[in-house]
Design a binder for this molecule. Structure first.
Ligand SMILES: Nc1ncnc2c1ncn2[C@@H]1O[C@H](COP(=O)(O)OP(=O)(O)OP(=O)(O)O)[C@@H](O)[C@H]1O
Ligand SMILES: [Mg+2]
Length: 304
């Protein structure tokens, strides 16, 4: 289990790595490797430290720490109401924690800057479908690029060369992602006319379009058939392989999570009760108890 000390020492080393502006790259790298080889190998792209969040009197998150390494698929699991979406909302800046600290790529925040999320390389999907229903698949995917296009409102409105060039670039990028996710066939259809499983895939396409470094997926497979879930899992794996995307994934299907994730954090009643590889988490007594509790409540096996 990763503890706060590891998180902090990794961050300190990462910061130290940047704080030698006079040195050439080779010397700086050498110094940092000698000082903290582990931190460099496992340098977190995202760290949360002692995050607390409450709504009125209800505590949604209590002292949650999380470190996410660049390039990993990091699952967050837990029973309903455990605080998974709240945690993702804190990371994306939608919710401001009552206390705690967030580091994104070594930069420290009390609240993740939602308006700068794209600039920081963050993208996300939502637990409930959030597509523009009247727009086509291509147009929906292009909205994912809105914040990375630089041409101002006026140059776009008057169709000036830079805006036209950006529009063409955006179409090409959207088309590449649509091809990657096998959505070509439905590219010109209104998003709302597609079956639910494909709409979830369009959301993934929109989030991937700006080539984020960190992608937050809140239940991307909810409501899907077993086959659709496997397809989605393959797309997520391929996105990581092709684009090097770091992925945080919330998912209830434990089988999918175990097969897809490098590490899993488990929340229960807003607290992190376990954190480790799928094998470590599977054997963790606190996790078994949390899921058996769910099984008893639902009178069925939750299965972990
Ligand atoms: N905007 C909000 N206003 C009030 N309470 C909230 C809000 N968002 C979350 N909560 C509460 O915080 C707790 C955690 O909710 P959250 O949605 O993060 O859980 P979850 O693990 O994502 O659950 P699920 O698996 O059902 O999606 C719950 O008690 C929920 O009612
Ligand atoms: Mg949720």
């Amino acid at each position: 289990m990763l503890d706060a000390n590891y998180t902090l020492s990794a961050l300190e080393s990462a910061t130290a790595f940047r704080s030698h502006p006079g040195e050439d790259a080779f010397t700086a790298t050498k110094t940092a490797v000698e000082a903290a080889p582990r931190a460099l190998q496992e340098r977190p792209i995202l760290c949360l430290e002692k995050i607390n969040l409450s709504f009125g009197g209800v505590s949604a998150l209590t002292d949650v720490d999380l470190a996410v390494r660049a390039g990993e698929i990091r699952a967050i699991i837990g029973p309903n109401g455990a605080g998974k979406s709240s945690l993702v909302n804190v990371i994306s800046g939608l919710y401001q924690p009552n206390s705690g600290r967030i580091w994104i790529d070594g930069k420290s925040f009390a609240k993740a800057p939602a308006q700068n999320a794209a600039k920081l390389g963050l993208a996300r999907t939502f637990q409930n479908l959030a597509l523009f229903k009247g727009l086509t698949v291509t147009e929906n995917v292009m909205t994912g690029l809105a914040f990375s296009r630089r041409g101002g409102f006026l140059s776009q409105a008057f169709g000036l060369p830079k805006a036209r060039w950006e529009e063409r670039e955006a179409r090409e990028r959207a088309s590449a992602i649509i091809g990657f996710l096998h959505l070509d066939r439905v590219a010109n259809r209104p998003a709302a006319s597609l079956p639910y499983g494909l709409q979830k895939r369009v959301e993934l396409a929109r989030a991937l379009a700006p080539n984020p470094r960190l992608l937050l997926l809140d239940e991307p497979m909810a409501g899907m058939t077993a086959t659709e879930k496997q397809e989605m899992a393959d797309f997520i794996r391929s996105a990581r392989a092709l684009y090097g995307t770091t992925i945080i994934l919330i998912e209830h299907d434990i089988g999918v999570v175990m097969g897809l994730s490098d590490r899993i954090a488990v929340l229960d009643y807003g607290r992190k009760i376990a954190d480790g590889t799928p094998d470590e988490v599977r054997k963790d007594q606190a996790v078994i108890d949390a899921y058996l509790g769910v099984a008893r409540d639902n009178d069925e096996g939750a299965g972990i």
